[in-house]
Every structure is written in structure tokens, then in C-alpha cells.
Write a protein that binds this ligand. Structure first.
Ligand code: SF4
Length: 308
């Protein structure tokens, strides 16, 4: 196991600062944009610990194709539903309006799994990307996608000329722990396949994945996962601490120290990732614009520590 003693309470490095002054105003206006457009965010649904920070800086990660997911992973707070209602036809437009109103320059859009739909939701995800791009063409788009049940035809139609800067799909944990952590329909190999094919289909855009630490993985497991991601030509990596959303979820097995996150970032860099964000509070979408910029040798100072 990676790690240290498992404390009974959150370690000291989990300090959440509540917004005040200007950031409080931005937090309120982000909340208003989300509510007015009746949109869902992974920030709220996944109980993200960074919500005050991100919303206080005027950013949020929208979650499209529904509020509940057809899968029931043991780490995830998003509700599960077997047969969800069809995706809302006006969602692409509402999403575009919210992103425009928020004045964003970069936006991460994520999705729920739609195993009930033949294309896994790909055509709806694509409509959302296209509508946002049509409305605000200057906004850089990152799609944090599902594995589309390994449907490569759906992936191709989703990615063909899509207005994207980054295609992300999270393996979430190492291969050995995947059956314990993720829904049985999600396999490590299927996730690697989707990432590999995405890069083959769109070598012009960056691909990205994310791993949670603290689920019982060893450093060897992690190095193996990094290797598999690099073999799929994944460019960007984020590593963050897993926090259990509540009782009944996968337990937190350890709280690796910030120094461990730093060391792993340097190991990943040696293995060829273009940029890595690694730290207890890092999440896949956390200050995502900085990670892409760092990979291109540019700098956008959002305070995110990046190894590039
Ligand atoms: S890290 Fe991502 S999910 Fe969490 S609050 Fe920020 S934008 Fe939302």
C-alpha cells in the first residue's frame, strides 16, 4: 500500500478556504448561472472538495446527459439509475448560454455513462460540444468522457472534427483495483483502449487521464498504470487523493503525503507524460487550463503546481 498511517480525520493538508470578497461574488454568480440554466455539475454531484475554490474563480465542470449515471462505481457520489430519461434536447443550448454568461476561456464538460443508449450518449455529447463552439468559438473545450462501453464507432463519430483541445477519460484507479472500485462494466483495459483510439483518431488533440490515490494501490501498481497510459500515448495525467463520499462507498485506505504526490509526478514525467498535476486536492478538471498550457510550454498562472 502507498503509504502512511491512515488517520481518523483528514490530514492537515486538506485545508479548504471559503470564498470571501470578490471570490464570494464570483461564487454566487457561478451558482446563479448553473441554476438559471438548470444544468448539472460534477462539482456538486460528486461532492468535490474544491467547489468553493473553483466556483469562487468563476469556473465549474458541467455534467451533461443527465444527473444520474447508469453505472454504480464504488468511489463515486453521482446517483445511479438503470433507465434514465432521454437526454434533454435543449441541454446543448443551455450549456452554451451558461458558458457564455460565465465569460469562460476554457471549459471542461463531463458526462454520465449512458449504457442505455446505443451510442453510449456520444451523439448527445457531440451536440453539446458543437453548440458551445458555435456560440463561443474562443472557449477551449475539454471533454471528460465515459468509456462508451468500448464502442469505437461511437468514439469516431464523437471525435471526428470535434472542436476539442483535450479528450480526457479517467482510468480512476490502477488495473488491480479496478474490479473493486469501478462498476463491473468498466475495465482498465477498455479505458486504455478508448484513450489509445482517441489519440489515433485525433493526434492533433491532447489526451488525458486521472488516477485517485488512497484506494490501496502500491507504487508498483501506479508505475504499471503510468506505463499502460503512456503506451496509449496519453499526454496529460492528474493524481489526486480519493475521499469517500460517505458510508457504503469504497473506504479510504491511505492518505499519501504531499511529498509522495510530488515524487510520483516526477516518475510520471520521466515516463514521458507532457504535464502532470499531482497533489491531494487535485481533481481531473481542477484548473485544467493550466495543465494544457504547461504541456505546450506556456504558462497560465492559476496556482496549480504542474510538472512539465
Ligand atoms: S475540481 Fe473540477 S469538479 Fe471539483 S469543483 Fe473544481 S471544476 Fe468542479
Amino acid at each position: 500500500m502507498l503509504a502512511n498511517d491512515k488517520p481518523n480525520r483528514l490530514p492537515d493538508w486538506f485545508r479548504v478556504t471559503l470564498p470571501s470578497g470578490d471570490s464570494m461574488e464570483r461564487y454566487k454568480s457561478t451558482t446563479a448561472s448553473v441554476k438559471e440554466n438548470q444544468l448539472h455539475t460534477v462539482c456538486e454531484e460528486a461532492h468535490c472538495p474544491n467547489i468553493h475554490d473553483c466556483w469562487g474563480r468563476g469556473t465549474a465542470t458541467f455534467m451533461v446527459a443527465g444527473k444520474a449515471c447508469t453505472r454504480g462505481c464504488r468511489f463515486c457520489a453521482v446517483d445511479t439509475i438503470r433507465i434514465p430519461p432521454p437526454p434533454e434536447e435543449d441541454e446543448p443550448q443551455k450549456l452554451a448560454e451558461a458558458i457564455q454568461a460565465m465569460g469562460l476561456t476554457y471549459s471542461v464538460i463531463t458526462v454520465v455513462n449512458r449504457d442505455d443508449l446505443e451510442d453510449g450518449g456520444a451523439s448527445h455529447y457531440r451536440k453539446c460540444l458543437d453548440e458551445v463552439h458555435k456560440t463561443v468559438p474562443h472557449v477551449g473545450l475539454e471533454l471528460l468522457c465515459s468509456d462508451l462501453s468500448g464502442n469505437l464507432k461511437a468514439l469516431e463519430s464523437l471525435l471526428n472534427s470535434a472542436p476539442l483541445k483535450v479528450f480526457a477519460h479517467n482510468v480512476e484507479t490502477v488495473a488491480r483495483l479496478t474490479p473493486r472500485v469501478r462498476d463491473p462494466r468498466a475495465t482498465f483495459e477498455q479505458s486504455i483502449l478508448i484513450l489509445k483510439k482517441a489519440k489515433e483518431l485525433r493526434p492533433d488533440i491532447m489526451t488525458k487521464s486521472s488516477i485517485m490515490l488512497g484506494l490501496g494501490e502500491t507504487e508498483e501498481d501506479l508505475v504499471e498504470a503510468f506505463k499502460a497510459l503512456r503506451e496509449a500515448n496519453v499526454d496529460l495525467l492528474t493524481l489526486g487523493q480519493y475521499l469517500a463520499p460517505g458510508p457504503g462507498y469504497h473506504p479510504v485506505v491511505s492518505f499519501p503525503k504531499p511529498e509522495t504526490f510530488d515524487r510520483l509526478a516526477h516518475i510520471a514525467k520521466e515516463m514521458g507524460f507532457k504535464a502532470i498535476a499531482s497533489g491531494p486536492m487535485v481533481r481531473s478538471s481542477y484548473r485544467a487550463e493550466s495543465l494544457v498550457a504547461a504541456a505546450k510550454g506556456e504558462k497560465i498562472d492559476t496556482g496549480l503546481k504542474v510538472v512539465a
